[in-house]
Design a protein. Sequence first.
Length: 165
Amino acid sequence: MGATERPMRRKECQITDTAVIRRILGRAALCRVAMVDGSEPYMVPMNCGWDGKHLLLHAAIQGRKLDILRANPRVCVEVDEDIQIVTGATGEECTANYVTVIGTGTASFVLDPQAKGRDLNVIIRQCHPGVPEEVFPDKALSRVAVLEVQFDHLTCKAKGITPRP
Protein backbone atom coordinates (compact mmCIF):
# COMPACT_ATOMS: atom_id res chain seq x y z
CA MET A 1 0.00 0.00 0.00
CA GLY A 2 1.33 3.44 -0.94
CA ALA A 3 1.60 6.43 1.38
CA THR A 4 -1.88 7.70 0.41
CA GLU A 5 -3.57 4.31 0.50
CA ARG A 6 -5.07 3.20 3.80
CA PRO A 7 -7.58 0.49 4.55
CA MET A 8 -11.12 1.81 4.95
CA ARG A 9 -12.09 1.93 8.62
CA ARG A 10 -15.76 1.05 8.07
CA LYS A 11 -15.41 -1.96 5.79
CA GLU A 12 -19.19 -2.53 5.82
CA CYS A 13 -19.60 0.76 3.92
CA GLN A 14 -16.91 0.06 1.32
CA ILE A 15 -17.95 -0.52 -2.31
CA THR A 16 -15.33 -2.46 -4.26
CA ASP A 17 -17.30 -3.25 -7.42
CA THR A 18 -15.48 -1.29 -10.15
CA ALA A 19 -18.61 -1.29 -12.33
CA VAL A 20 -20.50 0.56 -9.58
CA ILE A 21 -17.64 3.06 -9.17
CA ARG A 22 -17.53 3.69 -12.94
CA ARG A 23 -21.31 4.27 -13.04
CA ILE A 24 -21.05 6.84 -10.25
CA LEU A 25 -18.24 8.65 -12.08
CA GLY A 26 -20.31 8.47 -15.27
CA ARG A 27 -23.22 10.30 -13.62
CA ALA A 28 -21.25 13.07 -11.92
CA ALA A 29 -21.63 16.59 -13.27
CA LEU A 30 -19.57 18.17 -10.50
CA CYS A 31 -16.56 17.04 -8.55
CA ARG A 32 -14.22 18.60 -6.04
CA VAL A 33 -10.55 18.65 -6.94
CA ALA A 34 -7.94 19.07 -4.23
CA MET A 35 -4.35 19.98 -4.97
CA VAL A 36 -1.33 21.36 -3.16
CA ASP A 37 -0.12 24.93 -3.73
CA GLY A 38 3.37 24.89 -2.24
CA SER A 39 2.57 23.80 1.30
CA GLU A 40 -1.09 24.91 1.26
CA PRO A 41 -4.09 22.75 0.30
CA TYR A 42 -6.41 24.18 -2.36
CA MET A 43 -9.71 22.72 -3.50
CA VAL A 44 -12.18 23.76 -6.20
CA PRO A 45 -15.45 22.42 -7.59
CA MET A 46 -15.21 21.55 -11.28
CA ASN A 47 -17.48 20.24 -14.03
CA CYS A 48 -16.47 16.76 -15.07
CA GLY A 49 -17.11 13.89 -17.42
CA TRP A 50 -16.08 10.24 -17.41
CA ASP A 51 -14.79 8.72 -20.64
CA GLY A 52 -14.55 5.21 -19.23
CA LYS A 53 -10.86 5.51 -18.28
CA HIS A 54 -10.24 9.09 -17.13
CA LEU A 55 -12.08 11.83 -15.35
CA LEU A 56 -12.17 14.87 -17.63
CA LEU A 57 -12.24 18.39 -16.18
CA HIS A 58 -13.16 21.70 -17.77
CA ALA A 59 -11.46 24.97 -16.76
CA ALA A 60 -10.65 28.47 -17.90
CA ILE A 61 -7.21 28.79 -19.49
CA GLN A 62 -5.83 30.92 -16.66
CA GLY A 63 -6.09 30.89 -12.92
CA ARG A 64 -4.69 29.62 -9.69
CA LYS A 65 -5.67 25.97 -10.16
CA LEU A 66 -3.91 25.74 -13.52
CA ASP A 67 -0.79 27.38 -12.09
CA ILE A 68 -0.83 24.86 -9.24
CA LEU A 69 -1.36 21.88 -11.57
CA ARG A 70 1.49 22.94 -13.82
CA ALA A 71 3.79 22.91 -10.77
CA ASN A 72 2.32 19.77 -9.17
CA PRO A 73 -0.16 17.66 -11.17
CA ARG A 74 -1.10 15.36 -8.27
CA VAL A 75 -4.78 15.62 -7.32
CA CYS A 76 -7.39 14.13 -5.05
CA VAL A 77 -10.90 14.11 -6.54
CA GLU A 78 -14.20 13.63 -4.72
CA VAL A 79 -17.57 12.85 -6.31
CA ASP A 80 -20.72 12.31 -4.31
CA GLU A 81 -24.37 11.54 -4.93
CA ASP A 82 -27.61 10.91 -3.06
CA ILE A 83 -26.64 13.05 -0.06
CA GLN A 84 -29.26 12.87 2.68
CA ILE A 85 -28.98 14.86 5.90
CA VAL A 86 -30.62 12.89 8.70
CA THR A 87 -31.76 14.99 11.63
CA GLY A 88 -32.50 13.64 15.05
CA ALA A 89 -33.70 14.78 18.45
CA THR A 90 -30.11 14.97 19.69
CA GLY A 91 -26.75 15.65 18.11
CA GLU A 92 -25.87 12.00 18.48
CA GLU A 93 -28.82 11.06 16.26
CA CYS A 94 -27.84 13.46 13.46
CA THR A 95 -25.94 11.95 10.57
CA ALA A 96 -25.70 11.89 6.80
CA ASN A 97 -26.29 9.17 4.25
CA TYR A 98 -24.31 9.31 1.01
CA VAL A 99 -22.39 7.63 -1.75
CA THR A 100 -18.92 8.98 -2.43
CA VAL A 101 -15.97 8.15 -4.65
CA ILE A 102 -12.54 9.51 -3.79
CA GLY A 103 -9.56 9.04 -6.06
CA THR A 104 -5.97 10.14 -6.22
CA GLY A 105 -4.10 10.56 -9.44
CA THR A 106 -2.34 12.83 -11.86
CA ALA A 107 -3.93 15.57 -13.96
CA SER A 108 -2.57 16.30 -17.42
CA PHE A 109 -3.52 18.99 -19.89
CA VAL A 110 -5.23 17.84 -23.09
CA LEU A 111 -3.44 19.81 -25.81
CA ASP A 112 -4.44 18.12 -29.06
CA PRO A 113 -7.42 20.12 -30.44
CA GLN A 114 -9.25 17.03 -31.71
CA ALA A 115 -8.90 15.25 -28.36
CA LYS A 116 -9.85 18.43 -26.50
CA GLY A 117 -13.05 18.78 -28.54
CA ARG A 118 -13.93 15.12 -28.01
CA ASP A 119 -13.35 15.44 -24.26
CA LEU A 120 -15.40 18.66 -24.05
CA ASN A 121 -18.29 16.80 -25.64
CA VAL A 122 -17.99 14.07 -22.98
CA ILE A 123 -18.18 16.71 -20.26
CA ILE A 124 -21.10 18.52 -21.92
CA ARG A 125 -23.02 15.27 -22.48
CA GLN A 126 -22.59 14.35 -18.81
CA CYS A 127 -23.33 17.82 -17.37
CA HIS A 128 -26.03 18.81 -19.86
CA PRO A 129 -27.84 15.69 -21.15
CA GLY A 130 -29.63 16.30 -24.41
CA VAL A 131 -27.26 18.98 -25.73
CA PRO A 132 -26.07 17.81 -29.16
CA GLU A 133 -22.43 17.00 -29.82
CA GLU A 134 -20.47 19.89 -31.29
CA VAL A 135 -17.45 20.43 -33.48
CA PHE A 136 -15.65 23.25 -31.70
CA PRO A 137 -13.75 25.82 -33.76
CA ASP A 138 -10.07 26.26 -32.85
CA LYS A 139 -10.83 29.72 -31.46
CA ALA A 140 -13.33 28.27 -28.96
CA LEU A 141 -10.90 25.50 -27.98
CA SER A 142 -8.15 28.03 -27.35
CA ARG A 143 -10.32 29.68 -24.66
CA VAL A 144 -10.71 26.60 -22.46
CA ALA A 145 -8.53 24.07 -20.74
CA VAL A 146 -9.38 20.39 -20.51
CA LEU A 147 -7.63 18.19 -18.00
CA GLU A 148 -7.52 14.42 -17.88
CA VAL A 149 -7.15 12.72 -14.49
CA GLN A 150 -5.47 9.33 -14.54
CA PHE A 151 -6.40 7.66 -11.25
CA ASP A 152 -3.94 5.43 -9.47
CA HIS A 153 -6.26 4.75 -6.53
CA LEU A 154 -10.06 4.86 -6.17
CA THR A 155 -12.26 4.18 -3.16
CA CYS A 156 -16.02 4.19 -2.83
CA LYS A 157 -18.14 4.37 0.29
CA ALA A 158 -21.90 4.16 0.72
CA LYS A 159 -23.46 4.97 4.09
CA GLY A 160 -27.16 4.40 4.61
CA ILE A 161 -27.81 4.13 0.85
CA THR A 162 -27.35 1.47 -1.79
CA PRO A 163 -25.63 2.95 -4.87
CA ARG A 164 -27.98 3.38 -7.83
CA PRO A 165 -27.58 0.96 -10.74
